[in-house]
Design a protein around this ligand. Structure first.
Ligand SMILES: [Zn+2]
Length: 498
């Protein structure tokens, strides 16, 4: 609730600001989405009244609703609506105009009339009719549609809400024509209205940005110093160039071989701007190959999320999320808003073998269904035990059918971040007898992405290049036995690293 109050306070300032700007002609032409002094981002809701000069400024055009009756719509909004309707007709979806423009006076009449109706009464009116002056329909930019299906008009609210598939198709196209869905599901606390799949609002060219943020108009305007922008400066490409340059500097060990190829490609997830910085969110696949002993060898390979920070359109840094237990948290921290973090967390990159990964992932999140085969890709099981809190060395253990390899922190690392530079220090071969599946099956949480609390120890299992996270308490009997078997004492390791 506190957040809402803050938003409202911010919005009041913004509205004051917007209306005071609207009276200066010179500035108007420069304002985005503003033509003829009309602010297409105008906010009218239960707290924000229609600007006094709006009715004088707005240019309305006549059209017909689904029943052939005359309706008025703001000129540009109508033009774009017609295009939207045309595009949808090609997909066999017919949206028709229903309720559009209502003057403050008409709203007042409606209010008075319904208040007098004994069947409706004042409570009903308060719930379903906007206070005159506080309805978005006064702007001429709000369009209520109804559906035409098999020649029949569907205009009843409940019946329309039930047409989920049709409205999903419609909503997908809104932003292309400058519209947003004004009252999305679950945002009543912010917009003041229940879900209205039929109520569209013309906002002009900013519709796409608003759609990308997943925010309501209220939220978007409140946080408008932080928003999504188009890639006009080709920031994605610049980020990729940066990685290529970086690769040239690094990986010299491969380049000494007679052949070296670095391959990198990406999916753009969005670009945002805040203050003077810009940020590119990307899913990147990079791979390198080199030739050794006349055979092409795989170098590094990664498919992961990157966030690049730009200053003056130059990369100043990039970040990757932390792996393991901190993954979700760090994605959230790196994301500009919830929509972005959800997008990243659910992202199913075509750049990786997503079908395979998804199948595997589903199993991993249900450890009871795991079988040894599931975690033993290519006869190899990789799992890492790391201690939280965090002086303790990470231990990386590769378990093969008949041997395991143990890696600990590189001795000369001297407190630097060495997780990426795990050095091989000890190798034991011998028959590996312990059943790792039992450890995993007895883990408290098989899927750390869903786990609310982190456990002290984690087990990561990996198949090919993909790392999956398991978490387990250190008292997991099977883990304890296993560590004993391979002579790893985590407490001792914690002591040593202090
Ligand atoms: Zn409406």
């Amino acid at each position: 609730m506190k957040k809402n109050i803050l938003i409202i306070v911010l919005l009041s300032f913004l509205v004051l600001f917007a209306t005071s700007c609207g009276s200066k002609d010179v500035k108007e032409t420069k304002e985005k989405g503003t033509k003829r002094g009309l602010d297409y981002l105008v906010l009218v809701n239960k707290q924000h009244k229609l600007p006094d000069d709006w009715e004088k400024k707005v240019e309305l055009k006549e059209d017909k609703d689904a029943w052939g009756d005359k309706v008025l719509v703001e000129k540009e909004a109508l033009k774009e609506f017609k295009k939207l309707r045309e595009a949808l007709l090609k997909e066999n979806v017919d949206i028709e105009l229903d309720s559009i423009y209502r003057s403050v006076k008409e709203q007042q009449n409606l209010w008075d009339e319904w208040s007098k109706d004994p069947k409706k009464g004042p409570e009903y009116v308060k719930k379903f009719v906007a206070v005159p002056g506080y309805s978005e329909h006064h702007t001429g930019l709000a369009i209520d549609v109804c559906l035409k299906k098999n020649g029949k008009i569907i205009a009843d609210n409940d019946e329309m809400i039930a047409e989920k598939k049709i409205f999903a198709k419609v909503h997908k196209k809104l932003a292309d024509y400058g519209f947003i869905l004004r009252y999305p599901e679950g945002k009543k606390e912010i917009t003041g209205y229940e879900y209205e799949p039929w109520h569209f609002r013309y906002v002009g060219e900013e519709a796409k940005k608003i759609e990308l943020t997943g925010l309501t108009l209220e939220e978007y305007l409140a946080g408008s110093n932080e928003y999504y922008i188009n890639d006009n400066e080709k920031l994605y490409d610049k980020a990729i160039e940066y990685l290529k340059e970086e690769d040239k500097k690094e990986n010299s060990k491969y380049k000494k071989e007679d052949y070296y190829k670095f391959f990198v490609t990406y999916d753009g997830l969005g670009i945002t701007k805040k203050d003077k910085n810009k940020y590119a969110y990307m899913w990147i696949l990079k791979e390198s190959h080199y030739l050794k002993d006349k055979k092409v060898q795989d170098g590094e390979s990664a498919s992961m999320f990157y966030k690049f920070t730009f200053k003056d359109d130059k990369v100043v840094k990039y970040e990757n999320p932390e792996e393991g237990g901190h993954y979700t948290k760090s994605i959230k921290k790196m994301s500009i808003d919830n929509k972005m973090s959800e997008k990243i967390l659910k992202y199913n990159s075509k750049l990786s073998n997503d079908k395979e990964v998804k199948k595997y992932y589903e199993k991993v999140s249900n450890p009871k269904k795991l079988t040894k085969r599931d975690i033993m890709g290519d006869n190899k099981l990789l799992f890492t035990i790391s201690k939280r809190n965090n002086k303790c060395v990470p231990i990386s253990l590769n378990v093969y059918d008949s041997k395991y390899e143990l890696y600990t922190e590189y001795k000369d690392c001297k407190g630097k971040l060495c997780n990426d530079k795990l050095e091989y220090t000890k190798k034991n071969t011998g028959k590996y007898t312990y059943d790792v599946i039992k450890i995993i099956k007895n883990s408290k949480n098989a899927d750390l992405l869903l786990a609310k609390e982190l456990e002290e120890y984690e087990i990561y299992t990996g198949k090919n290049d993909y790392v999956y996270m398991m978490s387990t308490g250190k008292d997991n009997k099977y883990l304890k036995d296993f560590l004993k078997e391979i002579k790893v004492d985590l407490d001792e390791c914690a002591k040593k690293s202090k």
